[in-house]
Design a binder for this molecule. Structure first.
Ligand code: KG4
Ligand code: ZN
Length: 331
């Protein structure tokens, strides 16, 4: 079954062609970073306008790179939410119209279920059940995953998402948007032990997170050390990153142990973080737990994961109709 996937929930216009929910024939991601960079964050109205401009060329590129004729597409899968409503609507309306004109089924996909399915695009996916950490710019959640489309939420952030904390700290340090990649690179040149930032575990045996305190702690550190040279920034970045990574690693491993899962998956934009990948692999290995993390290009938002999730929804008998609408928040 060949699926055209479409993703426009935030600041990436993405389209992909995926066979049988596992084989990527093409995956195109047009980033809007340059548009939003100067504002230090995503401007929703600009995001929608850019999606309108990019939608048709991105789909055309994905089709041509896949070598698949549009008449051979079996279904369209598109992100339905959560995300920015105006941005979601562009991809959603396009997908609806595209499927209608081709006379094929289409399916609205939960973006978070899409992220979890990104591990199945890897040649070595985890067996069910497994425990998944989804860490992105909008969400930080732990799931007990029992099938491609069924997952129980075990815990989530009560305030900022992990990626949001990276973005806000980067802003405080004057490093630009989005902050995750920049902080990750700078941290490699810093000493993670030099400045100790608080680890907020809330209840160490449960799976909720809070990342607003560490953002405030970094802010306070910067304000109370105004004379420190810019050379300190790598140490601040490394100290901050270590604190976030320690909490994420502790919680996901504890969740897997509580459910007796021998496999963990880490997905979402923050899963691209080198130190997180390394730390979870180390900590999990010490407890005999295997770890699956998608390649870097599938950690951030992409349409291949939406096509993969859509494939499994369709196989389960789900399909969307013309009345379906986008949603901005989890229902
Ligand atoms: O999954 P994603 O592309 O979009 C959402 O669904 O939110 O995640 C984007 C987030 C941003 O907050 C970005 O700063 C963060 O992922 N990110 C990283 C890294 N690369 C991207 N965070 C930490 N380290 C990275 N290397
Ligand atoms: Zn995402």
């Amino acid at each position: 079954m060949i699926i055209l996937g479409i993703e426009t929930s935030c600041d990436e216009t993405a389209a992909a062609v995926v066979a049988d929910g596992t084989r990527i024939l093409s995956s195109v991601v047009a980033s809007q970073i340059e548009v939003h960079h100067r504002y230090g964050g995503v401007v929703p109205e600009l995001a929608s306008r850019k999606h309108i401009e990019a939608m048709v060329p991105v789909v055309a590129e994905a089709l041509s790179a896949s070598g698949v004729d549009k008449r051979d597409i079996d279904a369209v899968a598109v992100t339905q939410g959560p995300g920015l409503v105006g941005a979601l609507l562009i991809g959603f309306s396009f997908a609806k119209a595209y499927a209608f004109t081709l006379g094929i089924p289409w399916i609205g996909v939960n973006h978070l279920v899409g992220h979890v399915n990104s591990v199945f695009l890897d040649p070595d996916p985890p067996p069910f059940p497994f425990t998944a950490l989804l860490a992105s710019g909008g969400h930080t959640s732990v799931y007990h995953v029992t099938s491609h489309i069924e997952m129980e939420l075990m815990g989530q952030t009560r305030d900022d998402a992990a990626g949001e904390a990276f973005d806000k700290v980067a802003k405080v340090l004057g490093l630009g948007y989005p902050g995750g990649g920049i902080i990750g690179r700078l941290a490699q040149q810093g000493d993670p032990k030099k400045i100790r930032f608080p680890r907020t575990y809330l209840d160490k045996s449960r799976f909720d997170f809070s990342f607003s305190g560490i953002k405030t702690a970094v802010n306070r550190y910067v304000q109370t050390h105004p004379d420190e040279s810019p050379d300190q920034i790598p140490d601040i970045a490394a100290g901050f990153q270590e604190a976030v990574v320690e909490v994420l690693s502790h919680k996901i491993i504890r969740a897997a142990m509580e459910r007796g899962c021998s496999h963990i998956a880490i997905v979402g934009g923050v899963a691209a973080n080198t130190r997180l990948r390394e730390k979870v692999r180390q900590d999990a290995a010490a407890r005999g737990i295997a770890v699956s993390i998608p390649p870097l290009n599938l950690c951030g938002d992409n349409a291949a994961m939406i096509a993969a999730a859509g494939y499994h929804c369709l196989k389960a008998g789900e399909a969307s109709d013309g009345d379906a609408d986008v949603f901005s928040r989890l229902r």
